[in-house]
Write a protein that binds this ligand. Structure first.
Ligand SMILES: [Zn+2]
Length: 564
């Protein structure tokens, strides 16, 4: 008698093999049979007409704070994620000295747009070392599995204190390397660092942003000594020398994977091809420099409740910024307020912010259902041109829709040609890995934890502006490919002996809702979330955590310690 049998679903097993209709049997949290006729079970589920897939493995999230107070890890858990990797982009909360909490919170708030008040209220600092952080995570039952990485900025703050933004001396480099090794031994899956000028807090760039190769190579040697460890990097110039040179050397020294964020650059639309070709070439030499890519453009969502939109720094807007969305909309509809606002300019000198707020050809109504591959003629710039209005007027009218809760989709990158063809090239390339959902982060501006769902709704089923992709391929990309790239060998496929992390999906009924702003973080902090219909069941180690879109309250998830 099995614990669980799901009968007659269309099984897409995550290996890339053709979908087939079969039974799947589970005992003790592990898949024991993938068979046309599995024996009886204590619980049997009729999968007829449904698809059964491995649980999603999302390697790029920022749940480092939320993971300490929220056992559910929504919205990722609503979208079929059964394993999430956090600690990306060099930021996180361990190791930390007792007087260093505020600094790491402010860093996370500045870089990842997670409300500092929520982090102050939500985190119960039961740790100082990285190992103690993992112990604290392990004590908490949770819906899905979490995997941690050790972030460079926290290491720097721990070792160098107030000098975290400066260059470490030899002794400090040795400390950074030693603590990295300790964290990996404790179970971190990797080390992460930020090299981008886009990631800033009120303290400046992320500590380590301009770290010299000597420091990074010392850390690479620590990774090799530990015996395992991914190195994750977010950089503005990852595949160009001189940045590329030390990254290749890190890959050589660790013998493992170095993964970095890759997107189509607005200023150099085809440079990603150089990165892909380079990854291919290095792979042939036995080096894994793996571009991490996403299945839709990283999309800023501009709305009257968001942390950025075209009018957010305008003096007139500032006077109503504290109001709820509907009230703001009401005010902004008053002719005199509207006229005043539209006569103003942004009240900031931050050139990056000004640029982001006025890319009218890269702003589109998101709509419902949300459209992440909108036609170029629907951009704010195009509508303004075709109707003889100013783009500001068009943008304002769109923001006022739905009682002030409508959203504008403003792709940051990978939408240079106003379609997803560059993305298709990147995600189907044999040397890339899917990531960059940033689950748990950018709470006031981005909600991409739904990216795994989008693989099915858009890439398999709905796409009209270019070719779709076979379900077998996209499922393998977000399951076995992501899991293997992070050394998680016990999950990611539906095969005997693998963990029973499963998604039972109604492919026809799968529907992404419009993202919405909710105020449910600790201290009433806000975050964008996105609901979804069509996940009939999610199972973590054979235990059902999600039933028809609702979390069941079961907590089979745990901390996964790498290298054990
Ligand atoms: Zn990130």
């Amino acid at each position: 008698m099995h614990d669980l049998v799901i009968r007659g679903a269309t099984v897409v097993d995550g290996t890339g093999a053709p979908a087939r209709t079969t039974d799947v049997a589970v005992d003790d949290g592990v898949i024991v049979a993938v068979d046309e006729k599995a024996g009886a079970a204590r619980r049997e589920i009729d999968g007829d007409g449904l698809h059964l897939l491995p649980g999603w493995v999302d390697i790029h999230t920022h749940y480092d704070g939320q993971v300490t107070w929220d056992p559910d890890l929504s919205p990722s858990s609503w979208h079929g994620a059964t394993t999430v990797v956090m600690g990306n982009c060099g930021v996180g909360f361990a190791p930390v000295r007792p007087d260093g909490h505020g600094f790491l919170i402010e860093l996370m708030e500045g870089v990842e747009d997670i409300p500092g008040t929520a982090l102050y209220e939500g985190i119960d600092w039961q740790w100082e070392t990285f190992g103690e952080y993992l112990d604290a995570l392990e004590r908490m039952p949770r819906a899905i599995d979490v995997v941690a990485q050790v972030p460079h900025a926290a290491l720097r703050a721990y070792v160098m204190g107030e000098r975290a933004h400066e260059d470490p001396d030899d002794n400090e480099i040795e400390q950074l390397a030693k603590l990295t090794e300790e964290a990996l031994h404790a179970g971190a899956v990797g080390f992460t660092t930020s090299r981008t000028i886009l990631h800033r807090s009120k303290h400046g760039f992320v500590p380590g942003t301009s770290a010299a190769p000597a420091e990074l190579l010392a850390i690479a040697d620590a990774v090799r000594r530990a015996g395992h460890g991914i190195v994750e990097i977010v950089s503005d110039n990852a595949f160009r020398d001189p940045e590329r040179q030390w990254m290749v050397e890190v890959a050589r020294r660790t013998g493992g994977t170095v993964t970095y964020a890759l997107a189509q650059e607005p200023w150099d639309a085809h440079s990603y091809r150089q990165a892909l070709a380079d990854a291919e070439q290095l792979h042939a030499e036995g080096l894994n420099l793996v571009p991490q890519v996403s299945c839709r453009p990283t999309g800023m969502l501009f709305g009257l409740q968001s942390s950025l939109h075209p009018f957010i720094t305008h003096p007139t807007y500032q006077t109503i910024a504290h109001l709820p969305a509907a009230k703001k909309a009401e005010e902004l509809r008053r002719p005199e307020v509207r006229a005043e606002l539209l006569a103003e300019k942004p009240g900031t000198t931050d050139m990056i912010a000004i640029a982001l707020m006025s890319r009218w050809d890269q702003m589109f109504p998101l709509g419902d259902p949300p459209d992440y591959e909108p036609a170029p003629e629907t951009s704010v710039a195009a509508v303004a041109a075709s109707t003889g209005r100013q783009p500001e007027e068009v943008a304002l009218d769109l923001l006022l829709e739905r009682d002030g809760t409508a959203l504008l989709f403003a792709p940051l990158a990978s939408y240079v040609e106003s379609n997803h063809e560059a993305i298709r090239e990147m995600i189907t390339h044999p040397r890339t890995v899917l990531g960059l959902s940033d689950g748990g982060a950018h709470c006031g501006l981005i909600c991409d934890a739904s990216m795994p769902t989008y693989l099915l709704t858009h890439w398999v089923r709905d796409r009209t502006r270019g070719p779709r992709l076979p379900i077998e391929q996209v499922v393998s990309l977000q399951t076995s490919r992501t899991a293997r790239s992070y050394g998680l060998t016990d999950r990611g496929t539906i095969e005997p002996g693998m963990r029973a992390d499963l998604n039972l999906v109604d492919l026809d009924g799968l529907r992404l809702h419009m993202p919405e702003m909710v105020y449910d973080l600790p201290a009433g902090g806000r975050r964008l979330v996105q609901h979804v219909d069509g996940y009939v069941g999610t199972f973590v180690a054979g235990v059902q955590t999600l039933a028809n879109g609702e979390l069941t309250g079961e907590r089979p998830g745990r901390l996964v310690r790498a290298g054990r």
